[in-house]
Design a protein around this ligand. Structure first.
Ligand SMILES: Cc1cc2nc3c(=O)[nH]c(=O)nc-3n(C[C@H](O)[C@H](O)[C@H](O)COP(=O)(O)O)c2cc1C
Length: 223
């Protein structure tokens, strides 16, 4: 009897600790500094130019503006770039052996977020303005949003290390073109860029040896 009561009280204590962890600590875990996840809007699949007109408009922007990007544009841009577009979890961008190796980080004034395609939300990674790491020239206006494409080559379950890097480049290129065509279709401007502070980004985002920054895309309304 004594033992049973002791056991019950121990189980109760464990339950209380568990509930505290679930309700108090878990939401804090999603919080970085004062940043919380950004819930994105369901994609508007009816908007934008017909695809051939978007091709006709596609070009790389040569100068950026600091004008804000709406949540509507941010939501549709990320979904078009590499969102989930089928019930089986496959994406708007194909990937070699369906590795889905490309992660998209959104650099904004308040911090850096990771696009969670399954939940269609932006999860905070690090607070603060780190957009400059994406290679802007001194004095150049920094756009409100810069997307960074990172390949995690550990997600390729086959191939040599060099083949995995080829896959990574191919997969990044496809996501990049999704971004460029979406932008062309809705009146946003962008430019794919390989030159950036790769080491600074790896350090900031703690990317480790298998995750490679491939390209970035500043995005702003067309001036
Ligand atoms: C893989 C790749 C890497 C690029 N890297 C840079 C870059 O680091 N900086 C830059 O200003 N433009 C970069 N660009 C943009 C090209 O310079 C641009 O696409 C090219 O001049 C053709 O212009 P268009 O995109 O308007 O057709 C890159 C483009 C690609 C496809």
């Amino acid at each position: 009897m004594y033992f049973t009561n002791l056991h019950n009280s121990f189980t109760m204590k464990r339950l209380v600790v568990y509930l505290v962890l679930v309700f108090l600590v878990a939401p804090l875990a999603a919080q970085v500094g004062n940043l919380t996840p950004i819930t994105l809007q369901a994609p508007d699949k009816t908007r934008g130019l017909p695809v051939m007109q978007a091709f006709a408009r596609r070009s790389s922007l040569t100068s950026f503006t600091a004008a804000p990007i709406s949540v509507r544009d941010l939501s549709d841009l990320l979904w078009a770039a590499n969102g989930v577009n089928r019930p089986d979890g496959k994406r708007t961008a194909p990937s070699a052996v369906n590795a889905q190796d490309i992660d998209i980080y959104a650099f904004m004034e308040q911090g850096v977020y990771l696009y969670d395609a399954r939940q269609h939300q932006l999860v905070p990674v690090v607070a603060g303005d780190h957009r400059a790491l994406n290679g802007f020239r001194a004095g150049e206006p920094v756009p409100a949003l810069c997307l960074l494409l990172v390949s995690d080559v550990s997600r390729f379950r086959m191939g040599t290390d060099s083949l995995k890097l080829v896959f990574a480049a191919e997969d990044a290129g496809i996501v990049s073109q999704n971004i460029s065509l979406f932008c062309a279709g809705v009146g946003l401007g962008t430019r794919p860029r390989a030159l950036m502070d790769t080491q600074g980004i790896k350090t900031l985002l703690q990317l480790g040896p298998t995750r490679h920054p491939m390209l970035n895309h500043p995005v702003c309304p067309v001036p």
